[in-house]
Structures are given as C-alpha cells and as structure tokens.
Design a protein around this ligand. Structure first.
Ligand code: NDP
Ligand code: 8X3
Length: 248
C-alpha cells in the first residue's frame, strides 16, 4: 500500500461535493493538499479544517490563469474534478451558452490543468492523474446530451493518456459515478432548489465520501498497480435512465 504522507496533491473543484470529500480524505491521509476552485471563502473555510492545506483560487476556464498558478509546481497527485452541468433541455432546444459553459469547464478546463501538470509527472516518472468522469461518459440519457458529450470526452482523454503517456511510471484513473448527492443539480438547475432536490428525493444516492473512498483506494495501491476505471453506481440505479426510488 502506498503512503500518502508528504505527497503533494492538487484537487480542482475542492470547494464542494466530491472534490471537497477527496481533498479532505487526502489531507487526513497526510498529503499536502492544494484546494483549487473559484469560491475562495469556501476554500478558506475548508483550509481551516485541513492543517497544511493551501488555497488556490482558480477558474479552470481561464487558461492563462491556470498556467500562471500551476507552472513550476510539483504535484504527486492531481485530481481533475472541477465540472458542472447546465440545463436538461433537449438538444434541439439547447442554449449555446450552456453548451459553451460545460465544454469550457469539463473539457477545455480539464485539459488546461492536465497539460500543465502532466509533463512534470512524466519527467519524474511518477504521479497519479485522477479524472472525474461519470456514467454520463458511458451512457447518454434524454436531456443529458452535451453534458454527456463532455463526459464521453473525459473518457476519451483518459484512454488517450494511457496510450500516449503510458509506460512512464504515471498512473491514470477515471472515476465514473452515477448519482451523487452534491450541489451538482443545484448548478444544473441554476439555483432551483426544488428541481435539484427532486433528483435525490426518495433515493439512496451515492454520497461524496463514497467517491472519495474509491479515489483513496486507487491512490494507495502499490506503484505497479493502476486502478484504471472505477464505475460506481448507487445500488438503486440500474442505468442513467433506470433509477429505483422508494427504498430510501
Ligand atoms: P458540485 O457542484 O458539488 O462541485 C463542483 C465543483 O467544481 C465545485 O467545487 C466548483 O467550485 C468546481 N467548479 C465548477 N466550475 C469550476 C471552474 N470553472 N473552475 C474551477 N472550479 C470549478 O458537483 P460535484 O461534486 O457533484 O461534481 C464534481 C465532479 O463530479 C464534476 O466533474 C461532475 O461532472 C462529476 N460527477 C458528478 C456526479 C453527481 O451526480 N454529482 C456524478 C458523476 C460525476 P466553484 O464553484 O467554487 O468554482
Ligand atoms: C452526473 C450524473 O447521471 O446526472 O454525472 O449525469 S448524471
């Protein structure tokens, strides 16, 4: 088992949900964690709970800002988690600005961070690059269209990493969860709390800590073991379209 003590870890999207949970577990395991996201106050509040952690205010869509913040930094672990969905309109009714926001965050933003941190890992011949994909990167569902496209892109990027950058001591992992109860739906429904709550209502959803458990399992395997793809469903979700409510 690998010890995470003294390892440096970048977590994007650490101000909420899954990223917050992974950052917390990493810090509790002794890693020096850089907490990156846009909402600085949230990050500072988390930093106060996690001794030795560092706040990095960062919008992953700001390519120059990403390069300025991350160039020259050494990370043993990078968790590329920042992501979002906007809307559930049918593709023929979709708003271009919503599509841009998802593509800019989930694909271009992820790539900007990846391109900055990966070369150092390859030079050092060690490191862990962990991507937050989704079951939406494996199955499309009605109204999911462009969000699903961004997560299919994350899956393709994961596969490309294995082919292009494999064999150099760096491990690549994608964690693809089903429904996790976070602020994700509140963002997707632009602050409509009722619509967001309905997604998780009467359902035993995954919790952010469940995803963090999976991440920590992958990151603590011996160096020769690369847990590549982790698909994590709520027991009561059969597919992106089959959600079994009423057992909560
Ligand atoms: P949350 O909305 O709870 O958290 C999203 C995080 O991403 C926040 O910390 C937010 O921080 C950050 N973020 C969003 N946009 C940006 C940006 N432009 N720059 C930097 N940080 C950003 O959602 P989740 O925790 O659920 O989502 C985390 C990841 O997990 C996403 O990639 C999502 O697609 C994926 N996922 C989620 C599932 C779910 O059901 N919840 C299931 C499968 C995958 P801030 O706003 O402060 O910048
Ligand atoms: C988030 C999970 O099923 O809402 O990736 O797309 S889902």
């Amino acid at each position: 088992m690998q010890d995470l003590k003294q390892r440096s870890a970048l977590v994007t999207g650490a101000s909420a949900g899954i990223g917050r949970a992974i950052a917390t577990r990493l810090s509790q395991a002794g890693a020096h964690v850089v907490l990156a996201a846009r909402r600085k106050e949230r990050l500072e509040a988390l930093q106060a709970e996690l001794p030795g952690s560092e706040v990095m205010q960062l919008d992953v869509r700001d390519r120059k800002g990403v390069e300025a913040a991350l160039s020259g930094r050494k990370f043993d672990i990078a968790v590329l988690n920042a992501g979002m969905a906007r809307g559930v309109a049918a593709i023929q009714d979709g708003k271009l600005e919503d599509w841009d926001e998802m593509l800019d965050t989930n694909v271009r933003g992820l790539l900007a961070v990846l391109r900055t941190v990966l070369p150092g890992m390859l030079e050092r011949e060690s490191g862990d690059l962990l991507l937050l994909g989704s079951v939406a990167g494996r199955q499309v569902y009605p109204g999911g269209n462009i969000y699903c496209a961004t997560k299919h892109a994350v899956r393709a990027i994961y596969e490309a990493l294995r082919l292009d950058a494999g064999g150099k001591g760096v491990r690549f992992t994608t964690i693809d969860p089903g429904i996790v109860e976070t602020e994700f739906s509140e963002v997707r429904f632009s602050g409509d709390r009722e619509a967001a709550a309905a997604v998780y209502s009467d359902l035993r959803s995954l919790q952010p800590g469940d995803v963090a458990d999976a991440a920590l399992f992958a990151l603590t395997r011996p160096a020769h073991v690369n847990i590549g793809e982790i698909v994590l469903w709520p027991t009561d979700q059969g597919s992106t379209r089959d959600v079994h409510r009423g057992r909560a």
